[in-house]
Design a protein around this ligand. Structure first.
Ligand SMILES: [Zn+2]
Length: 194
């Protein structure tokens, strides 16, 4: 079962806004955040079945559990996962299906949280690159049209080290995705590092 709650916590929105812009947000910002929250929820619901099956196919991991997505104003330009079931999202839809892809990226972080937290910083870059290839590349190809790797219009927004690492492991990734076996993304990570 998969259950995702999309919520706006006005105090959190005010707090993040103040941190970034050093002033209180106008009422308009809170209304736009509520509207944005409904937009994300609608877009996610429309694609949930498709995304869930693609997620399993690409990562070898079932997308299930209960999660909370705290939605922020897209002008805040921030997103992260906080723990195994909580996400913060505040980026606009940069390209078609980007919101769904972004949420799926954070969900993969949530689901692999226990494994990820035991890794060293260097190891985390490698695993994070696999998350990137799985979701920001392969899921994007599935939802939109197949394109070249690293051709996204927003590639510049990602951390350089993430992209460099992902480029290095792309041959292994393509080998992994070409083989229909029972390996999952964590198995692949272990193969890469040992
Ligand atoms: Zn990430």
């Amino acid at each position: 079962m998969l259950h995702i709650q999309f919520l706006v916590d006005k105090e959190k929105v005010r707090g993040k806004w103040f941190l970034k812009y050093h002033e209180k947000p106008e009422e308009r910002i809170l209304i736009e955040t509520e509207n944005f929250c409904r937009e994300i929820e609608d877009k996610w619901k429309a694609k949930e079945t498709l995304v869930s099956s693609a997620f399993k196919k690409i990562t070898g991991i079932e997308l299930r559990g209960e999660f909370i997505v705290f939605v922020f104003h897209p002008d805040l330009e921030m997103a992260e996962y906080l723990d195994a079931r909580t996400i913060e999202w505040g980026y606009k839809e940069f390209y078609p299906n980007y919101l769904v892809i972004g949420i799926a990226h954070e969900l993969l972080h949530c689901i692999t949280h226990d494994f990820y937290t035991k890794l060293t910083d260097d190891e985390k870059w490698i695993f994070h690159s696999l998350v990137y290839l799985a979701i920001d590349e392969d899921l994007r190809f599935l939802l939109n049209s197949k394109a070249e790797y690293f051709s996204s219009s927003i590639i510049y927004t990602y951390h350089r080290k993430l992209i460099v690492t992902a480029k290095n492991i792309l041959p292994k990734w393509e080998e992994y995705t070409a083989n229909t076996n029972s390996k999952n993304i964590i198995d692949l990570y272990r193969e890469l590092s040992f």
